[in-house]
Every structure is written in structure tokens, then in C-alpha cells.
Design a protein around this ligand. Structure first.
Ligand code: NAP
Length: 301
């Protein structure tokens, strides 16, 4: 079997075209432009590239973006103050703090300062809790992108054995919860999992987000499995690879995502989706509020 290569660039481009149309509709019908604020602390080169790509993607679909750069030595309280200001700013519908932050920062405090209504990265406790009990406003972008890729390929998840390798708060755990919501039977593996292959071989759908090149070899994959490689690793020769032995596993899988060109472009597209959704949500809340106000006045009279 030779796997179908899932083209994340093409699917991400389709989603961006939908976003562009929705941004235009909101602008024309309601005179509102969705806005995303991006905070970058320090000079991590990878983070700078990610932030630049996110801002470019915003521009490309008509989302207004606001960038705030701080040196790594900044007092975390200044960043907290900025987030609180942005929470109140009506032109800003989404707020993103680029990770990782310098060690002087209390990550949980930063993430929970962002209003849940503007948490377009989906890392606020409210949104994380919503993945467990339902009611998430903004699903975290990378797992959301994986789900959209699976849906785009018409891959049914109900009743399927899904194995997620990696249990981080930003990828593995939310991914597993989102797949459970799709009624898959989900198994989560992590660095302490003994004999990873005994789990991965059972997967109808295997999602890998561990950050180790060649972690998944062909003998660990069931023939016909769908393999989603979230990993991004830079080799010493400068080459970018995922966590899966792409060439070997592609001979056994039914579908596989490449790196680059698989999950990566989807992550940025889902950030745009969440930002447009945040804007539309505020607009609808205002509409409800305004339509209720006269009634309240009547009652008060
Ligand atoms: P992370 O915070 O370092 O978490 C890695 C997870 O993988 C941890 O749960 C860890 O287990 C587990 N793990 C590590 N080695 C393992 C092994 N040998 N076997 C099984 N599990 C193992 O990383 P992350 O932020 O989740 O990111 C994971 C990868 O995805 C990275 O390569 C990152 O660059 C990439 N990524 C890509 C995108 C994208 O848009 N494509 C977005 C985000 C991240 P423990 O919990 O036991 O330590």
C-alpha cells in the first residue's frame, strides 16, 4: 500500500479563503474588522518566524493584527498589564501570547489573564475545561487543525481506535479529548509509556506529537492506518522532519501527513478561524444586548 499524502497546504488555503470571505462579509455588513493582538517576549528565532507568519496570514485574509514585542528581561507585570488592556480593547477580538515564554514568567498566570472570550489559542482554563465537559469556545489551533484535516479527508472517527503519542497541554491532551468527543476510542502515550509499539500497532488513526524524529517506524504502524505527524524537528543538516519515518510508513499507511506541508499550515489557519469566530461572537453578543436593552427599560418603567 502507498499512502495518500494529505495536502495540508491545500486544505489550509481553502480554510483561509473561507476566512477571507467571512471577514469581508462582517466588514461590509457590520463595519467591523476582526483584530488579533500578538505578544512576543524575547528573541527566540523560531518564535519570531511563527509570529511573522501569523501576522502575514492575518493580513492575507483581512484580519487586522497588532504586535507587541518585549525583551526577555521585561517585568512580567508589564505583560500582564498589556493583556488586561487588550482584554478591554474593542478593536482586539483575539489575543495570543507566543510560547515559549522566558523562565521568569508564570505561564499559567499569563494564559489565564487572557479573557476566555479572546483566547483564540484555546489555552485558557475555561476553554480547556470545555474540552472535557463540552462548551469550548475556541479549540486549541493545532488539534483543531488535525481534526479539520481528518474531516476533510472523510475519515470517520466514531468507534475507531485512535492512538495519540504525546500528552502535552497544547497538543496531545486536547487532541485526545477532541477525538473522544468524536466518539473514537482514544489511547494516550507519553515518554514513560512502556513499549510504545504495542499501542501504536492497534491504531486505526495514529496522531504523533512527541518532538522526536523517526520515533514511529513502519513496523509500529498497522497496514491501512491513517498517520498524522504533528512533530516538527530540525535535523543537524537543517532539514525539517516530523516524528514519523515518512518514507517507510507511507508504504503501510492509507493516509499520511508530510512535514513540512501537513499539520503546520493548518495550525495558522485555525488561528484565523478562531479570530473571526471571536469577532462574530462579540458582534452577536452586542446585538443580543442591544435588543434586550429597550425591554429592560420598559420593565424598569
Ligand atoms: P512537548 O511539550 O515537548 O510534549 C511532548 C510530548 O511527547 C510529551 O507529552 C512527552 O511525554 C511525549 N514524548 C516525548 N518523547 C516521547 C517518546 N519517546 N515516546 C512517547 N512520547 C514521548 O511538545 P509539544 O509542544 O506537544 O509538541 C510536540 C511536537 O509537535 C514538537 O515537535 C513540536 O514542534 C510540534 N508542534 C507542531 C505544531 C504544528 O503546528 N505542526 C504545533 C505545536 C507543536 P511526557 O509528557 O511524558 O514528557
Amino acid at each position: 500500500m502507498t499512502a495518500k499524502i494529505i495536502d495540508g497546504i491545500a486544505v489550509a488555503a481553502e480554510i483561509r479563503a473561507e476566512c477571507r470571505a467571512e471577514v469581508e462579509r462582517i466588514r461590509l455588513q457590520h463595519d467591523i474588522v476582526p483584530g488579533l493582538a500578538v505578544i512576543l517576549v524575547g528573541s527566540n528565532p523560531a518564535s519570531q518566524v511563527y509570529v511573522r507568519n501569523k501576522m502575514r496570514a492575518c493580513e492575507n485574509v483581512g484580519i487586522r493584527s497588532f504586535r507587541f514585542d518585549y525583551p526577555a528581561s521585561v517585568d512580567p507585570e508589564s505583560v500582564i498589564d498589556k493583556i488586561e488592556q487588550l482584554n478591554e480593547d474593542p478593536e482586539v477580538h483575539g489575543i495570543l501570547v507566543q510560547l515559549p515564554l522566558p523562565p521568569t514568567f508564570d505561564l499559567a498566570r499569563i494564559l489565564h489573564t487572557i479573557s476566555a472570550d479572546k483566547d483564540v489559542d484555546g489555552f485558557h482554563l475555561y476553554n480547556v475545561g470545555g474540552l472535557v465537559v463540552g462548551g469550548t469556545v475556541f479549540p486549541p489551533c493545532t488539534p483543531y487543525g488535525v481534526l479539520r484535516l481528518l474531516q476533510h479527508e472523510g475519515i470517520q472517527l466514531e468507534g475507531k481506535n485512535v492512538v495519540v503519542v504525546g500528552a502535552s497541554n497544547i497538543v496531545g491532551k486536547p487532541m485526545a479529548l477532541m477525538l473522544m468527543q468524536q466518539e473514537a476510542t482514544v489511547c494516550i502515550c507519553h515518554a514513560k509509556t512502556r513499549d510504545l509499539a504495542q499501542f501504536t500497532i492497534l491504531a486505526d488513526v495514529l496522531v504523533v506529537a512527541a518532538g522526536h524524529p523517526n520515533l514511529i517506524l513502519p513496523q509500529m504502524v498497522r497496514t491501512g492506518a491513517v498517520v498524522i505527524d504533528v512533530g516538527i524537528n530540525r535535523l543537524s543538516n537543517g532539514k525539517l522532519v516530523g516524528d514519523v519515518d515518512f518514507v517507510g510508513v507511507a508504504q503501510k499507511a492509507s493516509h499520511i501527513t508530510p512535514v513540512p506541508g501537513g499539520v503546520g499550515p493548518m495550525t495558522v489557519s485555525m488561528l484565523l478561524v478562531n479570530t473571526v469566530a471571536a469577532c462574530e461572537r462579540v458582534r452577536q453578543q452586542l446585538l443580543r444586548h442591544n435588543s434586550k436593552s429597550p425591554q429592560l427599560e420598559t420593565v424598569a418603567e
